[in-house]
Ligand binder design. Structure first.
Ligand code: SF4
Length: 628
């Protein structure tokens, strides 16, 4: 096989053993790589119905089809487990040198089973696997852990995916970090913590063989050249943080825990402000000519020295959404999240939830007493230093930080019972995963895309905000086209997440980001890599199959149509200012949107998948288990 090694490495943490499984080429043609293959590996290896923190929940890596080749932005991998946030599939993407090391060690995927009794880190040295004690790594941050492991081996070719203190403490929204990039959102760090797995380190020394190196090189060169043009300017110059001003103008910028969509201090936390006052350099993932990561630093004041990469989603979650108009506090908050290995989006929305609890009197100053805050915290919206202290309490599960480290859904369940309150009304999550940076009350196609999302409140898997924001649809209303638009947008996104390729390259094939612009070029890249004969329709099916296996996983784990829901606030409380004021998504609208979405997918009225559909997609064994 070209492009792949055909090897899936299995590692058992309890037995301290490993073995290699060989998959047939047809399996690769069906699941390709990234989130699709990682989910399929979960499907095959999980103990159905298990607790996400139990040994029966495996850690599944799946590499990219283009990883280790010259194809721009193709150096990525997928990571999947059952999510402790949602109880459904937790599929994330990361990339850079770790995925290249995995490819060079000749593994298309890695499945880590069971749990260790003592803290360990794994060292995969081509075909050799070592289980090494991690005692000396405990307490180290994500970047420090990577460095310590490299120093231990004295070899900078050893690349590691790690968890920080948040993962060790099983902060439910802990994440996994490699090469400064995060496999974020769904709580992988906590799953690794439950297995006492501090890091996975790899050294790979083999080459990657492709079917048609000349064509692949020529195409890669052309795409690289195009990637330096105006289509990627936004990412290369300011990064995604320019969205702060764009969303503010549309009245969609999450502000004070999604109570409003316009923030009076938006300019002070904008991409433009970041560029002028805090940017120190721009960095890139391995295999990427775009380089979107805006490394930013606080040079003076109480948070001096904080430095990390800033992008829109994390920035809005910890700034406007917390009512914080101080960029230095925002950088410090993201710095804490990145070093401790926490998802900055979930952390920010959990802090904004706690701020609203404080403003409404459910939580008091003394609820926030800890060793670092002996007086407690007056946690009003806008209190940057207070938010920083709370983030550290969450990281270390100190005091009330232990409850908040469970995320907004579980924290609301706790406080509503303990304090006879109704904080669920401002716990801003879907299926337990905190929301992204676009207010869906005035983005009706995106609203259904989010509600039905297989990994919860996630903009990255749906992308249905795009047609709403670009006025391809009327974003304030509902009509019969929206089911198809939402289904099409998630399947489109799933193609990129499965190859995986960074979506920022999507306009660099022909200047058009749509299927017609990109799929023929992607088919040619796949064929030059593998020697297959993919065409437009085969590329389209990559996304359909990826989304189907994720949905099938959720059905088998107990998903029901009522799980496809929106937060209470979005259904009942309109914003009061700005161009998106006055709108909610009513229960009737949501029920209609879900109905036409399930229809567009070819599913039953209850949102289940017909057997024949699964068989037609080449998923016979899935059809047997969950098809109707
Ligand atoms: S554009 Fe940004 S996120 Fe995408 S591959 Fe390049 S550096 Fe990584």
């Amino acid at each position: 096989m070209y492009g792949y090694s055909g090897n899936i490495l299995h590692i058992d943490l309890k037995e301290r053993s490993h073995w290699v499984e060989n998959k047939p080429e047809e399996w690769y043609k069906t699941y390709i790589g990234g989130v699709s293959m990682a989910t399929r590996l979960c499907w095959e290896n999980i103990e159905v119905g298990c607790d996400p923190y139990s040994p029966g929940n495996p850690v599944c890596f799946a590499n990219g089809i283009f990883t280790g080749t010259p194809v721009p932005v193709g150096g990525k991998y997928g990571l999947a487990s059952k999510s402790p946030m949602t109880g459904f599939i937790g599929d994330s993407l990361s990339g850079s040198w770790f995925s290249i090391a995995m490819k060079r060690a000749q593994y298309d995927g890695i499945v880590i089973h069971d749990a260790s009794e003592n803290w360990i880190f794994l060292f995969i040295d081509d075909e050799r696997v070592e289980f090494l004690p991690a005692d000396k790594l405990l307490g180290l941050g994500t970047y420090e852990t990577e460095e310590a492991i490299r120093d231990y081996f004295g070899d900078d070719q050893v690349r590691s995916a790690t968890i920080g203190p948040a993962g060790e403490h099983m902060v439910r929204f802990g994440n996994v970090t490699n090469d400064g990039r995060q496999a974020g959102r769904t709580g992988h760090g906590a799953v690794w913590g439950s297995k006492k797995l501090k890091a996975v380190s790899i050294r790979g020394t083999h080459g990657v063989t492709v079917a048609d190196p000349d064509t692949l090189l020529k195409m890669s060169f052309d795409i690289t050249e195009a990637s330096q043009g105006k289509d990627t300017e936004k990412y290369r110059i300011y990064g995604t943080s320019t969205n702060v001003m764009n969303m503010n103008k549309l009245g969609l910028l999450p502000t004070r825990n999604y109570t409003e969509g316009v923030f009076e201090f938006a300019e002070l936390v904008s991409g433009e402000y970041l560029d002028e006052h805090h940017k120190v350099k721009v960095i890139a993932c391995a295999q990427c000519p775009i380089a979107c990561e805006q490394m930013s630093m606080v040079k003076q004041g109480p948070f001096a020295g904080a430095m990390t990469g800033i992008e829109y989603e994390c920035l809005q979650a910890v700034s406007s959404n917390c009512g914080i108009g101080d960029m230095t506090a925002a950088i410090r908050l993201i710095d804490i999240a990145d070093r401790s290995g926490m998802d900055a989006m979930s952390m920010g929305v959990t802090i904004s939830y706690a701020m609203e609890c404080y403003e409404r009197g459910v939580l008091k100053k003394e609820d926030f007493i800890s060793e670092r805050t002996p007086e407690g915290i007056e946690l009003n919206f806008g209190n940057g230093p207070g938010a920083v202290n709370l983030a550290l309490m969450i990281e270390n599960r100190e005091g009330i930080g232990a409850i908040l480290s469970e995320g907004t859904r579980r924290a609301a369940e706790y406080f509503d019972k303990e304090r006879n309150a109704e904080t669920y009304k401002w716990a801003m999550n879907i299926k337990g995963l905190e929301l992204p940076g676009y207010d869906a009350r005035a983005l009706k196609t995106f609203a259904v895309g989010l509600a039905v999302g297989t990994r919860g409140g996630c903009h990255n898997r749906s992308a249905a905000y795009d047609p709403d924001i670009k006025s391809e649809t009327n974003r304030f209303t509902v009509d019969e086209t929206r089911g198809k638009v939402a289904a099409s947008s998630e399947e489109y996104a799933a193609v990129y997440d499965t190859l995986p390729m960074c979506k920022f390259i999507r306009r660099c094939f022909t200047g058009k980001a749509d299927r017609a612009g990109a799929w023929p070029a992607i088919a040619n890249l796949i064929n030059a890599t593998t020697g297959w004969h993919f065409e437009y329709d085969d590329v389209d099916l990559i996304g359909v199959r990826a989304h189907t296996i994720k949905k099938a996983f959720n059905i088998r784990e107990g998903w029901k149509a009522s799980d496809d829901d929106l937060p209470w606030r979005w259904k009942h409380e309109p914003m009061t200012i700005g161009p998106s004021a006055g709108h909610v998504v009513t229960d009737e609208e949501l029920a209609y949107l879900k109905k036409i979405y399930y229809e567009a997918k070819g599913w039953t009225e209850e949102g289940l998948i017909p057997k024949q559909l699964l068989i037609d997609l080449g998923m016979e064994d899935v059809a047997e288990e969950i098809g109707v």
